[in-house]
Design a protein around this ligand. Structure first.
Ligand code: NAP
Length: 310
């Protein structure tokens, strides 16, 4: 007997909700959109509310909430949903601080509901195959280059430059979500250099070094000033040749040969996984990419650069 679809509400109908979540929910079996809570946006033929409190106080029946708001403020929304016994799916990064995401993990457990801390880049096609290959090879080094044009990808998004908005770590955490998944051993930060525009509270570039438990060097260069072709690459040197993920993890090159090129299915994979988690009564709360970002701020040597204008 098939189960009734999970009735989900989207909170924060902004860029990512419109670009990805709506279509992915539509394309996924076992889940349906029944409501939206957003202060400045509405959808036709769906129950719409100003914010999550109004939704929770309404008589709309729903099982889960997908939070597509910025990280600062998401804790209160997630807590309200969990307190009300709803399953919760969090956009990346899962929150603005580590202590709040661990509090949510604890609350979800106490309430017996599913919490899914999503990392959309982990759901890209090359990630699991790369993980499988790296489990069998001797790794020599890892180099991440994540360089994009902030003016193109985040036009007018004020929150991303505020404390808690993470600046260049907003995309950079995607790279860290892949590296933490594909590497067979964990790693820790050894050096961090953060470049802040004189008029902004979040970095526009970051240069990081890590070392794995076994001493393998991992480097990461994040930069938001790249115009022209964009770079979202992870290169792993191994004893048998390089394993390279490009285009954010949707393409894989093994020893120089292209072996995977896939269209973007990340968010459809995320919603499929959310349905599985809810159905099986489980949570997925790996916060390790956020731990590395917090470390980068703690250890970061700050460099000031020119003012940034949108
Ligand atoms: P966005 O376009 O600014 O949308 C976020 C929405 O949340 C806003 O439209 C706003 O809708 C609502 N909101 C609630 N409180 C807010 C506040 N204090 N400040 C601003 N908006 C607030 O942002 P986004 O790009 O969709 O990003 C949302 C999350 O998705 C972030 O965590 C981001 O890292 C993640 N994400 C984004 C992308 C991307 O390509 N943009 C890709 C993957 C993941 P109302 O005003 O109607 O309430």
């Amino acid at each position: 007997m098939s189960m009734a679809p999970i009735r989900v509400a989207i909170v924060g109908l902004g860029k990512i909700a419109r670009d990805q979540h709506l279509g992915a929910i539509e394309a996924t079996d076992g889940i349906e959109l029944v409501a939206v809570a957003s202060r400045h946006a509405k959808l036709d033929q769906i129950a719409c509310f100003h914010e999550i409190g109004d939704l929770l106080a309404s008589d709309v029946k729903f099982d889960a909430v997908s939070l597509c708001t910025p990280p600062v403020g998401r804790f209160e929304q997630a807590k309200a949903a969990l307190d009300a016994g709803k399953h919760v799916m969090l956009e990346k990064p899962p929150g603005a601080t580590l202590s709040e995401v661990y509090a949510l993990e604890k609350l979800a457990k106490a309430k017996g509901v599913s919490l899914f801390s999503t990392w959309h880049s982990r759901a890209a096609a090359a990630v699991e195959p790369a993980r499988g290959l790296l489990a069998k090879r001797k790794i020599r080094s890892v180099a991440v280059e994540w360089k994009e044009d902030v003016r193109h990808w985040h036009p007018g998004q004020a929150w991303i430059w505020e404390p808690g908005g993470l600046g260049v770590f907003d995309p950079g955490i995607n790279a860290l979500s892949i590296v933490t998944r594909i590497m067979p051993e964990s790693f820790h930060l050894t050096r961090s250099e953060l470049t802040f525009p004189a008029n902004r509270a979040a970095p526009i570039a970051a240069s990081l070094s890590f070392e794995t438990d076994g001493g393998i060097p991992v480097s990461a260069e994040f930069d938001w000033r790249q115009t022209g072709p964009q770079t979202w690459d992870i290169r792993v040197e191994t004893d048998e040749g390089p394993i390279v993920l490009t285009h954010g993890g949707s393409r894989l090159f093994v020893d120089g040969e292209s072996v995977i090129v896939e269209e973007d299915r990340e968010y459809r994979n995320l919603y499929r996984d959310f349905v599985t988690l809810v159905t099986e009564g489980r949570s997925d709360t790996d916060f390790s990419p956020l731990v590395h970002v917090a470390d980068a701020f703690m250890l970061g040597r700050r460099i000031q650069t020119d003012e940034f204008e949108d």
